[in-house]
Design a binder for this molecule. Structure first.
Ligand code: NDP
Length: 433
């Protein structure tokens, strides 16, 4: 705590993992002897840099850029970039720490990293976004590479930003190194299904949790928070699997649509026009926009928090449970507070933690790296089959590990233990490095 002063989100993420791995240390005394816990909590490298840029009026702005290269025991550092005013060292480190175990759970050869900047893209013109991305990459390029560190998107960073970042990398290095970033447009070496992957993957994971209880999405009302990349494609897959998403949100409020969210309209408002969520309700008969209040007040059987960290509190969890919610899949990273997780586990709600439930995004990024390395491009159908198989596998691994350690149905323990042991074993094999 002393060494990482003031980094509350990082403390929260570490505490959650360490609370789960007690029984592992009993079974594997070599982890404690070799100080694996201390090593795993210390990033291999943490980079902080200045990002100067000029807005459309010629005014100069200075932002702070970050990249944490947390753990490369299993492969090159891999994890997204977040552009949001709330970004600071504690957020980057919590995300990077989670990423280590998530990436291990996919079974693919990727280490853990994360980065971003305290830049607010809201209201910025396309040119301003481009200049910011170019300045950001002018420093970042020296730290990344297809065998070193492979960033992707996260909050505020989508296909457009990845394109500008890749353009600048290519210009500085004079290398068409597609594998240096994932989440690229198809024409730049991107992979099919990457855009959809996190949301689709989360829906698959919840579907597996429901199936393990003899249930399915069929006929269920679902609430998804957020209306960004993860939320939109969670909604799409939930609808394909027979559920009905009746509410979604952004930081300005939420919309309730009892007939089910109209996905074409949502994509138009959010992906094309980059508008606020209230505009959806303005254009959709029967839909209601609620500015003050929590999206978790909307009754549902399944909840999929897909916006940001700590957006679902203990009180929200109590409301959801009271309203009959029996399954929760975290599309976002750490959206449920520790109190909320405790309440869900106590009420025997099937709770899929982010490092398992949202692993489909990074898994498909690893598939993009495979395609780039072999200069290949797979079909949508084939890639989606791979994603589905990976998510079933992640679910099975968490489920089996929870059983093995005497905590059946506890996916938090299952994910933390399975992810931790995979990384810890690789670290021991690499020696004291
Ligand atoms: P986007 O930027 O596409 O969307 C984020 C959504 O969450 C927006 O609707 C945004 O609303 C809302 N949101 C963000 N911050 C807040 C806040 N402080 N309060 C309320 N709402 C907020 O990001 P993604 O969909 O890519 O990411 C969402 C979550 O999923 C994050 O936790 C991310 O780390 C996680 N994730 C993403 C992956 C991916 O592949 N994209 C992979 C794995 C995890 P507004 O526009 O009003 O800010």
């Amino acid at each position: 705590v002393q060494r990482n002063r003031g980094e509350s989100e990082f403390h929260q993420a570490v505490r959650e993992v360490l609370e789960s791995v007690g029984p592992v240390l009993v079974k594997h005394p070599e982890y404690a002897e070799q100080k694996v816990i201390e090593r795993i909590c210390e990033p291999e490298r943490f980079i902080v840099f200045r990002v100067p840029w000029e807005d459309d009026r010629g005014e100069v702005h200075i932002n702070r850029g970050f990249r944490v290269e947390f753990n490369s025991a299993l492969g090159p550092y891999k994890g997204g970039l977040r552009f949001h005013p709330s970004v600071y060292q504690g957020i980057v480190k919590f995300l990077g720490f989670e990423q280590i175990f998530k990436n291990a759970l996919t079974g693919l050869p990727i280490g853990g990293g994360k980065g971003g900047a305290d830049f607010d893209p809201k209201g910025r013109s396309d040119r301003e976004i481009m200049r910011f991305c170019q300045s950001f990459m002018t420093e970042l390029y020296r730290h990344v590479g297809e065998h070193t560190d492979v960033p992707a998107g996260d909050i505020g960073v989508g296909g457009r930003e990845i394109g500008y970042l890749f353009g600048q990398y290519k210009r500085i290095t004079n290398r068409y190194e597609s594998g240096v970033l994932t989440g690229k447009h198809l024409s730049l070496g991107g992979a099919r299904v990457r855009t959809e992957a996190t949301g689709y993957g989360c829906a698959y994971f919840v579907d597996e949790m429901l199936a393990a209880r003899g249930e399915s999405f069929e006929g269920k009302q679902v609430v998804v928070s957020g209306s960004g990349n993860v939320a939109i494609y969670s909604i799409e897959k939930v609808h394909q699997l027979g559920g009905t998403v009746v509410a979604c949100s952004d930081s300005s409020g939420y919309v309730y649509d009892e007939n089910g969210i109209d996905l074409d309209l949502l994509k138009q408002v959010k992906e094309v026009e980059r508008e606020r969520i209230g505009v959806y309700a303005d254009r959709r008969g029967g839909a209601k926009y609620v500015q003050d209040g929590s999206v978790w007040d909307v009754p549902c059987q399944v909840a999929m928090p897909s916006a940001t960290q700590n957006e679902l509190t203990g009180d929200d969890a109590a409301t959801l449970i009271r309203n009959g919610c029996t399954a929760v899949g975290e599309g976002a990273n750490m959206p449920a507070t520790p109190q909320a997780i405790r309440a869900f586990l106590d009420a025997e709600v099937a709770f899929g933690p982010g490092k398992a439930a949202n692993a489909g995004g990074v898994a498909t990024s690893a598939l993009e790296m495979q395609q780039n390395a072999s200069r290949d491009s797979w079909s949508f159908e084939f890639t989606e089959q791979r994603l589905e198989a990976i998510m079933k596998d992640v679910h099975a691994r968490c489920f089996a590990t929870a059983e093995e350690y005497g905590m059946p149905g506890n996916y938090v323990a299952g994910a933390n233990i399975a992810g931790f042991t995979a990384v810890a074993d690789a670290m021991l094999r690499l020696g004291l490095v």
